[in-house]
Write a protein that binds this ligand. Structure first.
Ligand SMILES: Cc1cc2nc3c(=O)[nH]c(=O)nc-3n(C[C@H](O)[C@H](O)[C@H](O)COP(=O)(O)OP(=O)(O)OC[C@H]3O[C@@H](n4cnc5c(N)ncnc54)[C@H](O)[C@@H]3O)c2cc1C
Length: 404
């Protein structure tokens, strides 16, 4: 016998699953959140990966009262200096151009997870099951989710199901088709960099002949370096000793962020674009990296997911008030509402990732001209800022959140 309890089962308690549940806290909607990972993960601060949150994310997190706490750990990115190695022309995109406090907020992923987790840990309507590996799903009006907990097979039933299980969960393949994928044959090399330049609020984005190097200030004299490049250069970098690595990146970067004194925590991530055109199927919905994984060049994936979560939870809450319990209808409306923004953002990041990567005289000349044009054209800079902030996509959402 299946135990019928839940309104929504959520598979995956990464950033997306936690944010989705946080946005449904203080409702009567019954949620079960399952993840293979143990509880201790949410209390540990190892693995110092950072991400940049946009102003749309800030507004959403403010609307649920979490921003004040998150902001304590953020470093602000007020300006982005954009240039290409060995070519003439550069441009600075400034938060002041849009009268904003900052263009983005860099925060350690583990801190963000911890704050989101603590926010829902003891809620009556949210049942968190740790160490639960979802094995299969039986579709239907009532969905049955089969999972393994400490080698024992168990199941749960619900009226709807959300997969926020990241980009590697194979169960999705049986439920969703029409996946659009592109292997960029690039890797992102991410590390922590220490230099002799302190408390900068300018990030640097530099196009090299093979890739894009971003250096984003954290606190004090520490920076996040993220270099997305082709597989050949990434293999060369992977085999360098630490001292050679410092020299290599210093040469690519110049002296913009000062003299590099240390490089730590080098991690390599393969880069792919991957998304489902139909990210809802009746009463089942995909969210976060499960629905779409984008090239990190514009630091947008989780910011987009958070806007998705805000839209979907708003629709769920509205239907709850009107006592409409049809999740297939809610998910269908959600798909119609969000497919446009997803496709625009896919095009934007794919253009940046494909066009700007690589060299050649024609490409370099075009980029040089674009940088010069950008530097003298404020409205173009403002449009770029609006893309980075998520404003060009979700103006209505942001104004609504501000009115609340
Ligand atoms: C180098 C790099 C830099 C980035 N920088 C930025 C940035 O600056 N800004 C930004 O917005 N985004 C950025 N991103 C993207 C961002 O990190 C991701 O979009 C985000 O972390 C995805 O979160 P998620 O919760 O959707 O998926 P995940 O973090 O993958 O979480 C999925 C969860 O589901 C669980 N799970 C999977 N399968 C099952 C199963 N069968 N049963 C139970 N549990 C399961 C997993 O254990 C995991 O906890 C970056 C990504 C990379 C690679």
């Amino acid at each position: 016998m299946y135990k019928k309890t839940e309104d929504i089962i959520i598979v995956g308690a990464g950033l997306t699953g936690l944010a989705f549940c946080s946005l449904l806290k203080d409702t009567k909607i019954k949620l079960s959140l399952l993840d293979t990972l143990p509880k201790k993960i949410y209390k540990s601060f190892e693995n110092e990966r950072h991400i940049v949150l946009s102003n749309s994310s800030k507004s959403i997190l403010e609307s649920i009262g979490l921003w004040k706490e998150i902001n304590k750990y953020c470093s602000k990115v007020k300006n982005i200096h954009i240039s290409k190695k060995n070519i003439f022309g550069s441009s600075v995109v400034k938060s002041a151009d849009e009268n904003l406090e900052s263009l983005g907020y860099q925060v350690p992923v583990k801190i963000l997870m911890n704050i989101l987790y603590s926010n829902i840990e003891n809620e009556n309507n949210i049942n968190i099951i740790h160490g639960a590996q979802v094995m299969s799903v039986d579709k239907g009006k009532e969905i049955n989710v089969n999972y393994k907990l400490e080698s024992i097979e168990k199941n749960l039933a619900s009226r709807s199901l959300v997969f926020s299980s990241g980009s590697k969960d194979k169960i999705l393949n049986n439920i969703f088709s029409e996946i659009i994928q592109k292997d960029y044959k690039q890797n992102a090399i991410v590390c922590e960099l220490l230099s002799n330049k302190y408390n900068s609020d300018t990030a640097y984005e530099r196009f090299t002949n093979n890739g894009v190097l971003g250096v984003i200030p954290r606190k004090e004299n520490i920076w996040t370096l993220i270099y997305s490049t082709n597989e050949k250069e990434s293999e060369i970098i992977e085999n360098l000793e630490n001292n050679e690595l410092k020299k290599y990146f210093q040469n690519l970067m110049g002296k913009k962020c000062g003299k590099i004194s240390e490089i730590n925590n080098v991690k390599i991530y393969p880069l792919k674009m991957r998304y489902y055109k139909n990210f809802t199927n009746k009463n089942i919905c995909l969210l976060g990296d499960a629905a779409h994984t984008l090239h990190p060049i514009a630091a947008q994936s989780f910011n987009l997911s958070l806007r998705d979560c805000a839209y979907l939870t708003k629709m769920i809450k509205k239907n709850e008030k009107e006592e409409i319990n049809n999740f297939s209808r809610i998910f269908d409306c959600y798909h119609k509402e969000r497919i446009g923004e997803l496709e625009r953002l896919v095009k934007f990041t794919d253009f940046l990732a494909s066009f700007i990567h690589g060299g050649g005289f024609l490409k370099n000349s075009l980029i040089s001209a674009s940088l010069l044009f950008m530097d003298i054209n404020k409205s173009l800079r403002i449009n770029i800022i609006r893309y980075l902030l998520g404003i060009n996509f979700s103006q209505a959402l942001i104004s609504n959140l501000k009115k609340q």
